[in-house]
Design a protein around this ligand. Structure first.
Ligand code: NAD
Length: 286
């Protein structure tokens, strides 16, 4: 399979990430069929895609005609059989091992043997998903960043079963989407989160130890390093609970103290201080 020959992409799950993946694939000229468990969720996914395309039109990144052409290439379904034509499937369903294993078994049964299967998972080893199929050489990780239409990176994840041809396909397909790809082994956190989490957790430890105030920690990084956000602001944006979950996965994998979640993070989750989405994390939001 060559990236330029991909005519139809299946996307499983049309939530925050899946809807962005549907959009970038359709904007790159592919036909896209996305799967959600119910009609209501199919409709919710459609609204998410329309909202994002509408914002692209407002910002002058897309004309109204282009938006209509992109939308005409997108169809939602609740029937896995409707994915059968796809040359590539990208799974972006809920981060749950049982759900993803079931999705990969179904995709393997429904799609042609030469089709490629990718997962956007942040924490489940790609090899486990590959092993659930009869095509483990044609399974890879394609880890996108939120918001998908805006962020330029895709981490390609090579499981021990993934073939060189499949990785080459991943690189070429990411390029077709206008994304830059980097390659990581199938290790928790890939490149970005494996480097980001120790830094975020150290900022929490710094605050916990009374080393500096939340405002000063964030201002120091924003102004001293020119980051768009300080680490505590960034945790509030990612979600305190999500940050804790990623730290636990990394700590589980590597058993290194730098990935150990500091107690304050757990206490904040217990208190419901989950960050921006809850109106309160390290900061208050209205
Ligand atoms: N949120 C992020 O910043 C981010 C970044 C990179 C990767 N990811 C990964 O992307 C994946 C999706 O995350 P999200 O943030 O979009 O979650 P989300 O909850 O917004 O979306 C998940 C969607 O999957 C659907 N779904 C659940 N089971 C399904 C099934 N069996 N078949 C089809 N659809 C199903 C749900 O209805 C939901 O719409 C996860 O694996 C996550 O780890 C998330």
């Amino acid at each position: 399979m060559r990236a330029e020959d991909v005519r139809t992409v299946a996307v499983v799950g049309c939530g925050l990430m899946g809807s962005g993946i549907v959009e970038v694939c359709a904007r790159a000229g592919a036909r896209v069929v996305y799967l959600e468990p119910t009609e209501e969720l199919v409709e919710a996914g459609r609204r998410r895609i329309e909202g994002s395309l509408g914002r692209a039109v407002e910002r002058g990144k897309l004309t109204e005609d282009e938006r209509d052409a992109v939308l005409a290439r997108i169809a939602g379904t609740t029937d896995p059989d409707d994915l059968a034509e796809a040359d590539l499937a990208i799974e972006a369903a809920t981060e749950d091992r049982a759900i993803k294993l079931d999705v990969f078994r179904r995709l393997d049964g429904a799609l042609r043997p030469e089709a490629i299967l990718a997962s956007n998972t942040s924490s489940i080893p790609i090899v486990e998903l590959a092993a659930a199929t009869r095509r483990p050489d044609r399974v890879l990780g394609m880890h996108f960043f939120n918001p998908v239409p805006v962020m330029g990176l895709v981490e390609l994840v090579r499981a021990i079963t993934t073939s060189e041809e499949t990785m080459a396909f991943g690189r070429a397909f990411a390029a077709r989407l206008g994304k830059t790809s980097v390659e990581s082994r199938d290790r928790a956190g890939f490149i970005v989160n494996a480097l980001l989490l120790p830094y975020l957790l150290d900022a929490v430890r710094m605050l916990e130890q009374g080393f500096a105030s939340r405002e000063d920690i964030d201002a120091a990084i924003r102004l001293g390093l020119n980051h768009p956000m300080g680490p505590l602001e960034l945790i509030d944006l990612i979600g305190v609970d999500t940050t804790l979950a990623i730290a636990e996965v990394l700590h589980d994998e590597f058993r290194e103290p730098r990935y150990a979640p500091p107690p304050l993070l757990r206490r904040m989750v217990a208190a419901g201080h989950l960050g921006r989405k809850a109106g309160r994390g390290f900061y208050e939001y209205r």
